[in-house]
Write a new protein. Structure first.
Length: 268
C-alpha cells in the first residue's frame, strides 16, 4: 500500500446463533444508546421502531424433534445492490442522498437532515432494517415519564418526524474512539476500542465486532468458518453482518432454500 493511500476499513459483525439465548439485551442496549423510545402502544408494529430486531425461528418439526433458534437482525450494511452496482439497495434508490456508503469504513449512514421521508429505501431494503419515524419533537419521547429526557445520549441526535432511521453500527462510538486515538498520537484504533452497544452488552458474547479487512481481528477469522453464512445470500447484496450456526436447517432458512435444494456456503 502506498503512503498516499488511505487504509480502507470494513467494519462488520459476526453473530453466533448457537450462543444467542434470545434475551433481547441487544435490543435494549441499542435503544438506550441511540435514543430509540418505546411507544405507549407497541402492538402497532407498523409504526414501532427497533434498530435491531430479534426473531425466533424453528425447524418446522413436531415435538420432540422441534428445534428453535433466535435471530438478531440489525442493519446488514450491504456493499452492493445485487445487480452489480457498488452501492447498497437503499443507497441506490435514495433521491435525496440521505443515505450513503462510507468507502473507508463500510458503514451505511443515515443523514436525517437530508431525508425527505419518501421511504424508497424502506421499500428497497430486503432485510426490513429501516424504520419511518411518525412522531414529532418531544411527543416522540412522551412514553417516558417526565424528566427521562435527561437520560438521552448526547452523542446521538433525536430524530424528527418524517425521516427514516436505522442501525448505524453506533457510528458515534467510532468517532469517539478516533478522537481518543488522535489524542494519544495514534492514527489507527485498536481492536476492541470501537464496539457497538449490542455487541458490548450481549451477556452470551454471541456478537463479535471488528474490521473484516484486518486479519488480526477476530471477525476476519470467524467469517472463514464453514458454518458462516449471511442472510439472503443469493441476492448478492454482500452484507457485512455474518452469522454462525452448526444447524443446517438454520442456514437453509436464512436463504429461503427449497426442500431438497443443497445449501451453498459462503466459502464455496
Amino acid at each position: 500500500m502506498k503512503e498516499t493511500e488511505v487504509k480502507k476499513h470494513r467494519y462488520g459483525m459476526v453473530i453466533d446463533l448457537d450462543k444467542c439465548t434470545g434475551c433481547g439485551t441487544c435490543m435494549v442496549a441499542c435503544a438506550s444508546e441511540n435514543n430509540v423510545t418505546v411507544r405507549a402502544d407497541e402492538s402497532d408494529k407498523q409504526r414501532s421502531i427497533a434498530w435491531i430486531q430479534l426473531y425466533k425461528i424453528n425447524n418446522g418439526e413436531k415435538f420432540p424433534k422441534t428445534q428453535t433458534c433466535f435471530f438478531p437482525r440489525p442493519c446488514m450494511h450491504c456493499e452492493e445492490d445485487g445487480n452489480g452496482g457498488h452501492h447498497p439497495p437503499c443507497v441506490s434508490v435514495c433521491p435525496a442522498t440521505a443515505t450513503t456508503l462510507d468507502e473507508n469504513t463500510g458503514i451505511v449512514s443515515q443523514i436525517y437532515t437530508r431525508c425527505i421521508g419518501c421511504r424508497y429505501c424502506q421499500a428497497a431494503c430486503p432485510y426490513h432494517a429501516r424504520y419511518f419515524n411518525w412522531w414529532d419533537g418531544y411527543s416522540y419521547f412522551k412514553p417516558f415519564p417526565d424528566g427521562m429526557e435527561r437520560s438521552l445520549s448526547p452523542d446521538v441526535s433525536p430524530r424528527m418526524r418524517g425521516v427514516v432511521e436505522k442501525c448505524t453500527f453506533c457510528h458515534h462510538r467510532l468517532m469517539r474512539a478516533k478522537e481518543i486515538a488522535h489524542a494519544q498520537g495514534r492514527t489507527e484504533i485498536e481492536e476492541g476500542e470501537y464496539i457497538p452497544a449490542c455487541a458490548e452488552a450481549c451477556p452470551a458474547q454471541a456478537i463479535t465486532f471488528g474490521d473484516l479487512n484486518n486479519p488480526k481481528h477476530k471477525v476476519s477469522e470467524l467469517i472463514k468458518s464453514p458454518n458462516a453464512f449471511r442472510l439472503l445470500e443469493r441476492l448478492n447484496t454482500k452484507p457485512k453482518v455474518y452469522y454462525l450456526s452448526s444447524k443446517e436447517w438454520v442456514r437453509r432458512l436464512a436463504d429461503n432454500y427449497l426442500p431438497g435444494e443443497p445449501v451453498r456456503g459462503i466459502n464455496d
